[in-house]
Design a protein around this ligand. Sequence first.
Ligand SMILES: C[S@@+](CC[C@H](N)C(=O)[O-])C[C@H]1O[C@@H](n2cnc3c(N)ncnc32)[C@H](O)[C@@H]1O
Length: 253
Amino acid sequence: MKKRQAELTYRKVKQIDKFTKQLLKNKQLQPAFYITLLQLQKDTNAALSFWNSVRNNKTQKNKPEVASSDKLQIGGGKRYMHGFVNLDIFPPADIIWDSRYGLPFQKDTFSFIFSEHFLEHLDFPISVNCVLQEIYRILKPSGKVVIGVPDGGKVIKAYGERNKKFLHKLRQQAYNRRQLPIETYSDIDLVNYLFRDQLENPNYTIHYWAYDKNSLENILRSVGFKKVEKYPFNPLYCNPKRKFFTLYLQAAK
Ligand SMILES: C[S@@+](CC[C@H](N)C(=O)[O-])C[C@H]1O[C@@H](n2cnc3c(N)ncnc32)[C@H](O)[C@@H]1O
């Protein structure tokens, strides 16, 4: 996109974002309209976050970043990792970047790439494929990628077996910071949580897709990864709060 055209698009998105925010202040909105506006605001928010960093020259679309470390974390959110290059669509990452546009690094840059509870926030299969292909491209031939996602298989099994202890723990984990009282969420909502979680916070990107070991392994292999296996939980990187329902796979070229 030419610079002037990009600038015009940016301004238009900013106007839409401002207008949407104003409309959302009205508590009497018809629910369907409210949801449409909320979704729009999530998209404009993410787009502005991305374009702001491009405009401030923190990241330049056509110029790959010079990586300050050979370890990369994607979608770490507030779990900023020292010693890593942290890339996320929102601060406090080092590189504010929407991974759906590709990853702004040269090929064979990183020896270790880590992401946890991020992949399920990408639409499947288009963006997921794009991001995994990019991970493959920027990983060194001797490198390793670790991907952690909510374990769809585990949650569905727990639901089928009415595993109260597991489901209670997941309910706390998934809903304890939500506006509605968690008692209103039933067991099936925990399954829904994995597949299409929504949240009123415009900075929260929704869940699009759930994975189990087979599906994650297949998609990793489909982009070229050869050695795909379970990754043993490592407290150095992985979030202990989510250990009980997270599936971690590691893969190499
Ligand atoms: C549920 S949070 C996980 C945060 C952290 N990894 C953890 O386990 O606590 C998902 C993260 O992915 C980021 N994210 C979602 N879509 C993204 C995209 N297209 N590109 C980059 N980051 C994205 C979000 O901003 C958010 O920080």
